[in-house]
Design a binder for this molecule. Structure first.
Ligand code: GLC
Ligand code: GLC
Length: 835
């Protein structure tokens, strides 16, 4: 591969040249403090909320794309360069970037000097470390000067990049020793600041961008690094930056290490000022002292490594396919953490000022994360539920800092609430913790106070409505919001944000998602119906587990009602229709000229149990037929198209879906997220060969052979790959923050490997490729370790023939093995033979 390779034992992707087809991104941070970091050290940092607490600046869609970041300039006897190549782009003698789990390590060398930069966020901390190691690999003494550089952001990122009449006049800093304190707006309402310090003595500093870079210069020709000397500038207004000068003197073969620390510091109840006008720097000094201790930085980095080892050890597997194996063992789980933390807020494609956390997105993200840190999943589920409104609709997005719904986008996306059922059931299956259902969440449009027990309570002290109340309301809401064919209404859109059947927009500047009135609309969604079949069955199983059979049956009765509507109004003859528009015309039907078949309704109707083999009457076997239509009409070797044929013109009655040029995004692109539902559907039908073939068709690791076409990172999923109607068929966009991460993890582990948590135990029911001779996996479940070895001597795809638990024969229930829940802390050998 031209640009790099996987280093699987270290769980790293090694980029071997800096000029990748697009900037290749990694994230640092795992809890509250996060940074983006590209393979040339581009990116920025924020605390919790990339809109409201942006710490460093970044200019999106820059020229070149990725400019600005955590830069170290070197001036070695007049030659200026950066170990990460950018921004100077001097030719390097060697370059390597290792993106790993929670860190990025970039090493560059030139003229006998080697510099290694390691960026990471220590566990549980609100700061990032830039560890710098400088090695003199030449035979001469060297006295290089290093300059750190990053630009401070004034926290509210939108204002910061738009309101210069104010921002050019408010920037303020203080400097003490090697520490630069960015204190803009601290004089008024802020009780926090940003610190940028060095753990070793510095030879100088700058805090004024105009002095360090220049007015007419670019970052590639910044003045101070070229001159070789910091000017000691103190920013007053304009654009404060943090820059340090480090003068080194290295004998041949000598090496020196030190670190920069960039920290977000909240004062809490401490005195805000130490003297009039001077901020209280007590916490900042403590942070600098912490990392100045010998070994402290390395210890923090080692702790991060142990954290990831432990986290990933919840699920590890040895698989015959190297792509599937490395995605499962490291990168897919790692990406699930990123989507859980950041939803769709901030990446190379999301600026962190647009969307906060999505309701449907965050619920789906939990599916790929809950096995790692269930306690955080629990907290998130309760936060999300609290943004539901008391009539059942949900705020489509909310801000992580305030946990409040975003009023600009509002609600009325009629799929949102159903995803809460899926995330909650996944959590209970993983943990067995039914207490979450009793947690008082309350609704976003009601007033609560904190009750005597520290929880949300109503005016009379009664607990706020529980999570179970929310789930019930969600099911009831879909039942209530149904149209003329008894299918669910669609509202502004369902999962497909671009199917805007009530929008009728002719105004170029309005949003497809919020324009239009959904009030009296009759437009219906077959996909929501399919999702409901699944969600109501999940609710029923949950009630069974709670020993509430009547409620379980009530759920099944509602499901039957929906199933009847799906089979009567949703079936098109060879596949399931997608929707009915506001005028009652089918979408995703043979009757349409374009958009005849859509992927989402095939996925969800099949997963919801429509058209099953054991159904009675005409609907029997429709699932298989629908999936064969997918194979014939939508499958390509580069992934499954979302819909065909592409819309060639704008259709006012369909909205944004028809706004995209044919072959991209929702207009016939390969939208990887929904591909995974098809992977699961093939597994449900026992078609392991197709499941694997489809899985590999979108697997980033498998794209290395055509990377100049694919362009995006080969280690994380992208939201979209251009479909065959596009001139760039096969090119990926929107990598990192996509529901594909969680759903692929579900498809691979629960579908193909068939290892899925259930209320009663751990189910193992693989659906593998017939060529696989077997596989093994270690899964931690409810505190116990399951060491699973699957053998496939007869070349089957599916069907458990025998099970041994710790060497003893074990009677499988039905065709799947439901393994018992073992005591926490124990380890068990499970041997399974397919046949
Ligand atoms: C994006 C959105 C997601 C939506 C999908 C399809 O990924 O974040 O909410 O379901 O697009 O439109
Ligand atoms: C989803 C879609 C995108 C659309 C957006 C609107 O992310 O993928 O095409 O523009 O929703 O919110």
């Amino acid at each position: 591969m031209k640009y790099g390779h996987f280093d699987d034992p270290r769980r790293e992707y090694v980029v071997t040249r800096p000029d990748t087809p697009l900037p290749w991104l990694n994230y640092i941070g795992q809890e509250d403090y996060f940074g983006l970091c590209t393979n040339t050290a581009g990116g920025y940092s924020f605390w919790k909320d990339s809109r409201l607490r942006r710490l460093t600046r970044y200019r999106y869609n820059n020229v070149p794309y990725d400019l600005g970041g955590r830069y170290i300039y070197v001036n070695d006897a007049g030659t200026v360069w950066n170990p990460g190549w950018k921004p100077v782009k001097a030719e390097l003698d060697s370059y390597e970037c290792r993106h790993g789990m929670g860190y990025t390590k970039i090493t560059g060398s030139k003229g006998g000097l080697e510099i290694e930069l390691l960026f990471f966020v220590p566990l549980g901390r609100n700061e990032e470390i830039w560890k710098v190691t400088v090695r003199n690999r030449s035979k001469k003494r060297k006295s290089p000067r290093l300059f750190s550089y990053q630009e401070f952001c004034f926290y509210e990122a939108l204002n910061d990049m738009t309101n210069y009449q104010r921002t050019y006049s408010i920037g303020e800093v203080e400097v003490e020793g090697s520490a630069i304190y960015h204190k803009t707006e601290y004089r008024e309402r802020r009780n926090h600041y940003t610190l940028f310090a060095c753990t070793r003595p510095i030879a100088g500093f700058d805090t004024d961008r105009d002095i360090f870079v220049g007015i007419h210069e670019g970052l590639h020709e910044a003045r101070v690094p070229s001159s070789g000397k910091c000017a000691g500038s103190k920013a007053f207004g304009w654009n404060p930056i943090g820059a340090h000068e480090i003068d080194l003197d290295l004998a041949p073969g000598a090496e020196e290490s030190f670190a920069f620390v960039l920290a977000y510091v909240e004062q809490g109840d401490r005195p805000r000022f130490e003297k009039p006008g001077l901020i209280n720097k007590e916490l900042g000094r403590q942070i600098v002292a912490r990392y100045a201790k010998p070994g402290a930085v390395d210890a923090a980095f080692a702790e991060l490594g142990r954290f990831w080892d432990d986290l990933l050890s919840n699920f590890q597997a040895e698989l015959p396919d190297e792509h599937a194996a490395r995605m499962l063992n490291a990168w897919n789980q790692y990406q699930c953490m990123a989507t859980f933390n950041l939803s769709r807020s901030t990446s190379m494609y999301e600026t962190g000022i647009g969307r906060g956390m999505g309701f449907r997105d965050s619920n789906q993200d939990i599916l790929g994360f809950v096995h790692m840190i269930p306690a955080r999943a629990r907290e998130r589920i309760l936060d999300i539920a609290s943004t539901q409104l008391s009539d059942g609709t949900c705020y489509h997005q909310y801000q992580p800092l305030t946990k409040k719904g975003n009023a600009e986008v509002g609600g009325d996306f009629y799929d949102d609430h159903l995803w809460l059922v899926l995330s909650t059931c996944a959590y209970v299956k993983e943990t067995g913790d039914l207490s979450i259902l009793e947690e008082p969440c309350g609704y976003a449009d009601r007033e609560y106070r904190i009750g005597a027990d520290g929880r949300r309570a109503g005016a009379g002290g009664e607990p706020a409505e529980s999570l179970l109340h929310h789930l019930e309301l969600s099911i009831a809401y879909t039942m209530r919001k149904r149209g003329p064919r008894r299918l669910p209404l669609i509202g502004h859109a369902d999962w497909n944000d671009c199917l805007n059947l009530n929008c009728f927009s002719t105004e170029p500047n309005e949003s497809f998602q919020t324009a239009g009135v959904v009030g009296n609309s009759q437009a219906e969604s077959v996909m929501i119906a399919g999702l409901f079949l699944h969600a109501s069955r999940e609710m029923s199983a949950l009630y069974d587990f709670m020993k509430r059979p009547e409620d379980a049956n009530r759920m099944l009765a509602q499901r039957e009602e929906m199933l009847a509507a799906v089979e009567s109004a949703g079936w098109d003859g060879d596949w399931y229709r997608r929707a009915y528009d506001a005028a009652g015309k089918p979408i995703g039907s043979k009757e349409c000229e374009e958009g005849k078949i859509y992927i989402e309704s095939q996925g969800w109707c099949v997963l919801g149990g429509a058209g099953a083999d054991d159904a009675s009457g005409p609907s029997r076997g429709r699932a298989r037929k629908a999936m064969e239509s997918v194979h014939k009409l939508l499958f390509t070797p580069k992934g499954v198209l979302i819909q065909q044929p592409a819309y060639s013109t704008y259709h006012v009655e369909l909205g944004e879906v028809s706004s995209y040029p044919p072959g991209v995004k929702e207009n016939a692109g390969i939208f990887c997220h929904n591909n995974t539902w098809i992977h699961l559907a093939w597994c449900q039908l026992g078609h392991g060969d197709r499941a694997l073939e489809y899985y590999l068709s979108i697997c980033p690791s498998a794209k290395q052979a055509e990377i100049d076409l694919y362009r995006s990172e080969p280690y994380v999923y992208a939201q979209m790959i251009a479909g065959r109607d596009a001139p760039c068929y096969g090119e990926a966009k929107n990598s990192w923050l996509t529901g594909t991460a969680a759903w692929t993890f579900v498809a691979l582990t629960q579908g193909i490997l068939g290892i899925r948590p259930d209320y009663r135990g751990l189910v193992v029911d693989p659906c593998i490729a017939s060529a696989w001779k077997g596989f093994s996996a270690t899964r931690r479940f409810r505190g116990a370790e399951y060491k699973i070895a699957v053998k496939n001597p007869k070349g089957r795809c599916k069907g458990v023939a025998s099970v041994k638990v710790d060497g003893e024969a074990f009677d499988p229930v039905g065709a799947a093995a439901i393994l018992p829940i073992f005591p926490a802390g124990t380890s068990h050998r499970i041997e399974i033979e397919l046949g």
